[in-house]
Design a protein around this ligand. Sequence first.
Ligand code: G6P
Length: 610
Amino acid sequence: MCGIVGNINKSLVKNNLIEGLKKLEYRGYDSVGIALVNNNKAIDILKSEGKIDDFLSKYKDNKSDGQIGIGHTRWATHGIPSDNNAHPIFDYYKTLAVVHNGIIENYLEIKTYLQSKGYEFVTDTDTECIANLISSYIKDGYSITKAIDFTIEKITGHAAVLILSEDHPSTIYGFKKGFAGSLLIGKSDEQIAIASDFQTLISNSKEYMVLEDGERVVATKDGILISNGKSNVRKKWLPINEDEEIVSKNNYQFFMEKEIHEQSDVFLKNFQGRVDFNKKTVNFANEFNNLDLATIKRIHLIGMGSSYYACMLASYWLEKISKIPVQCSNSSEFRYRNPVIENNTLIVPVSQSGETADTLSASNLARELKVDQICITNTTNSELERITKNSIMMRASSEIGVASTKTFMATIEIFFIIALYLSQINHVNEDLSDIFDELKIIPSYIDNILKNSDKIIKLSNKYSSNNNFLFLGRGQNYPIAMEGALKLKELSYVHAEGYPAGEMKHGPISLIDSNMPVINIVTDGPYLNKMISNIREIQSRKGKIIVLTNCPEKLDSSWYDDIITFDKTDDILSPFLSTVCVQLFAMYLAISRNLDIDRPRNLAKSVTVE
Ligand code: G6P
């Protein structure tokens, strides 16, 4: 959830640290700070509550700088966002500064132990335990590296940490325990750089290496020493072949707006090399190359947030098209319920960031159980890829808006293509040629919705003062009802619930009155009449009815208050289009409430704590 940077340089590092933190701000943005070793070999800490712009205005006249430093952008776990709780955090003697991503689960026990030894704590963070624990081992006479190794052993939970020490002013120490986001180390002729993600590193490095679970790093301008606590670990520098992606808003007001509008392009990119529309075949051989799919008898999909809803939708498609039984779990539930996994199961973890702690832990469990896995991710060199060994890339390019949009679309498209692929290799005897023909046109249907978004803007304005919404759908549009409600919650801070429409009469119906707008996804297909009955039931209870539909001709205009239409397709493909409608509705409603679209309150794009 937090972003970490470190820099050892021939020139001054403050600007490099800040530039790195700007790139990592998607990981958390409630406070920010840096620590530098100044000319007098003392540590200066500059930190402030708020976003990087707040930090920059607070310190606009500050001249501190140095050739070595660490930095942090925070998503609070322990302790409210404040100047005091912002990282870096000093130890009691103010000779060590620590930045930390993750959660120390036994921090209270450690704090009590250290307090009994006379250590006073001045923040509410669990991070202060790390600083003071290292410090206490040093006071006991151990070297700093031994002190760090003891600390790694003593703490439980997940942590990615960098440390500056006044006694070793030319060195950055660091360690990684469990899954608290990546720590990547890069180098060029001028510098050693450390960052939580690859995109941040490649702006100033030519080669890189990855710190793994249980490893400690000692970085100086002369080189890198990695140890696993018992012995030194020899690692090769890997070349960085990618160029830094330049990400801008173009002419859009918000990144999310741009990202929603990129979806038809993303859709086309994900076809390339995978779908042959002339032959009506799918080729995934290169991506599934380490797996024998013909032996797969069952599929288990795991993810969190929008990725989980993408899995839910995929479970409908995979079963219908490829006839393989599919189960789908929220990663955080999967992890702790001692899952029973039958032989010949394929697990597919989904995570656009490749860093979500719950999904990493779940996937790691699957690795321990020796189950075949292939992940779907948007992040090259992500931790998830390293665990699963096999991956399918989303080809969505960087998504900056914290709430997922184009990566959700890319994920569901990939799942749809996988369903076609499995049907093909398992010789499922169904003619899918019409589906191929329609799938090809989806990008232009997405563009049609975007071109006509005025209607959705008007509706969002109309409903912008409502504080409760219900989203209903059936079949493959039930997960889209869930995703629509999630988008609205994330962006507008409005209470919204998604339900399978059949469930409505088992509880949610009691919420319906003239103040409750209900967004119904009504598509032309096997669920049409059932959805019409639901609408009629809502109307009888004076609920406000908004229909998202591809068959207005089959609905009497007296049955609804408002309507959003999209192109008609085979019903199985309709989620691609209903998705765009719910995304636009949520975004424009948040815009009319004047909210931060790209960085909604309390959220983070990479959730690296469980
Ligand atoms: C956060 C984001 C969501 C995202 C979820 C899962 O909560 O705000 O938009 O769906 O994490 O992220 P992942 O990277 O695993 O897909």
